[in-house]
Design a binder for this molecule. Structure first.
Ligand code: ADP
Length: 498
């Protein structure tokens, strides 16, 4: 399997995509497979602390009417033998940020990722790799399945190479003006509403969906939701047409980094048997760190994330002032994002310093300490392809309160009579898109927190779950096998024939 992506930890990261692309190959290797990873050689890769060496392999690819040269570099994923190849072309990738600067996308993003996508296919030939699956991710690599099917599959080395396209967020589609079609070098006949065109524009996410042998996304629920107008961001029709080969596989969590039993950032380590005492210590330490009164007799509600509407901060904004005034509970909010939320939370913290602490920054250590020290984790997202924070919360014994959507719906089981009796309840969730549903559900969680026996059951149910990457990697392997078998028998390929 060759994983092609525009970011992966520990080399370059802007979001959850990087976590998946860095973690999945490691787990596949552990299961006895031979994955490799290919990334652009951004300026940031130099800061990974890992040795990166030139391979002495140069190539040129056509970009519109010109040719552009590139070089291959090599490294390994930390602590493994998994090879990582980098496509070097400094004009495109040696920049301050990955995709945008000062809030504006780079104007040549289409050209940059046409180049990277062509380079991925060339690298297979130049490195003499035997690739059964090219696993591509998001719009930046959406052209890879198209180039594979249209230009490369006729060549012996690529005959048995299948492609899987994974969607990490439907909202980012890589849309460009139609003349950028010329950069791809593909025939205008593919610029039609079934394949590469979307309302007159070139759409690289759609291109990936149309040409990949199979498609996946990062939770089973999101796989269903994106086939509807409410979540499909205009591409629901294309996704419906792919539903026979559309899979939903939840992301795992990196347990080397997120494990309360070993986490060096915490005031105390704990496991499912020692959670009550461990979390008591972590809560007191967190309260002290963020300047809240050290009270054990009130619930501490945590929130971490991008301060954006996607994460449901608009719902929170509608209820939080009243909620804080009326309830004896504490809040710790960590995040950066839209200025209106910065202002709102800052004012709230000023008005209620004994109840609300706010940190408008990106701080991984504080994120760990909130996951450990909070009692309740609030994540009322409007949509959530998978979501990682609710998974960290489960692992750290912090009970999630979520909106029932996407990966949140797949991972959080609302505490009701039946789910408690069955031992599956691990949090609280609500379906309706309104602030009173959020208030009521939060109140339900606080009531439950005041019943320690019940609460300890919820904590233990969450902490005992297996959310490791091993589980997700096994599911990816099954999908790979199905796609490879399909392509070899001509089955899957026909479903999306060009
Ligand atoms: P998304 O990728 O949509 O932003 P996820 O829940 O999938 O949301 O992943 C977000 C990741 O970024 C998590 O690991 C979360 O802890 C982290 N994160 C987000 N905002 C912050 C912040 N302000 N400080 C520290 N970590 C953050």
């Amino acid at each position: 399997m060759l994983m092609a992506a525009s970011e992966a930890v520990p080399f370059a990261k802007t979001g959850g995509l990087a976590d998946v692309c860095g973690a999945l190959p490691v787990e596949l290797a552990r299961l006895g497979h031979q994955p490799a990873l290919i990334l652009p050689a951004y300026r940031q890769i130099r800061y990974s602390g890992l040795p990166i060496t030139p391979m002495g392999i140069d190539f040129i690819v056509p970009i519109g009417s010109k040719t552009v040269s590139g070089h291959l570099l090599q490294s390994r994923l930390p602590g493994t033998d998994v090879p990582v190849y980098f496509v070097q072309q400094d004009h495109y990738f040696d920049r301050e940020e990955l995709y945008r600067l000062n809030g504006k996308d780079y104007t040549d993003n289409c050209e940059r990722f046409v180049f990277f996508s062509r380079a991925v296919l060339e690298a297979i030939r130049l490195l003499e790799l035997q690739v059964d699956i090219i696993h591509v991710n998001d719009w930046q690599t959406g052209l890879v399945p198209a180039f594979l099917k249209i230009e490369y599959r006729g060549l012996p080395r690529y005959r048995n190479t299948a492609s899987l396209f994974t969607i990490h967020n439907m909202a980012y589609q890589g849309q460009f003006w139609h003349w950028d079609m010329l950069l791809t070098g593909l025939d205008w006949k593919y610029f039609n509403w079934h394949q590469m065109e979307y309302f007159g524009k070139l759409n690289l996410l759609k291109t990936g969906l149309a040409f990949a042998d199979a498609v996946s996304t990062v939770s089973p629920r999101y796989a269903l939701e994106i086939q509807t107008a409410a979540f499909g961001c205009g591409l629901e029709g294309v996704l419906q047409s792919r539903r026979d080969t559309l899979y939903g596989i939840l992301n795992g969590i990196d347990e080397a980094e997120w494990n309360p039993d070993t986490d060096p950032l915490l005031a105390a380590n704990y496991n499912v048997d020692t959670a009550a005492e461990g979390k008591r210590v972590c809560k007191a330490a967190l309260q002290q760190e963020v300047g809240l009164p050290q009270r054990a007799d009130v619930p501490l509600i945590g929130m971490i994330g991008r301060l954006a509407d996607q994460k449901g901060f608009d719902l929170v904004a509608q209820v939080i002032s009243e909620w804080v005034a009326r309830n004896d509970a504490q809040w710790i909010i960590l995040g950066r994002g839209e200025p209106i939320y910065h202002e709102l939370f800052k004012q709230l913290a000023e008005r209620h310093p004994d109840k609300v602490a706010v940190r408008l920054e990106f701080s991984d250590p504080l994120a760990h300490r909130i996951e450990a020290g909070a009692d309740i984790f609030l994540m009322p997202s409007r949509y959530e392809p998978c979501g990682l924070n609710q998974l960290y919360s489960l692992k750290y014994g912090t009970v999630p309160v979520v909106r029932e959507t996407g990966g949140l719906a797949d991972t959080i089981v609302d505490a009701g009579e039946q789910t408690l009796a069955a031992g599956t309840a691990n949090g609280f969730s609500f379906r309706e898109d309104n602030p009173s549903a959020l208030s009521e559900t939060l109140a339900r969680a606080v009531d439950a927190w005041r019943r320690p026996d019940l609460w300890q059951r919820l904590v233990a149910n969450g902490m005992r779950e297996d959310r490791s990457w091993a589980r997700s990697a096994r599911q990816y392997l099954k999908v790979y096998e199905q796609i490879v078998a399909g392509v070899r028998s001509g089955g899957v390929a026909e479903l999306a024939s060009v």
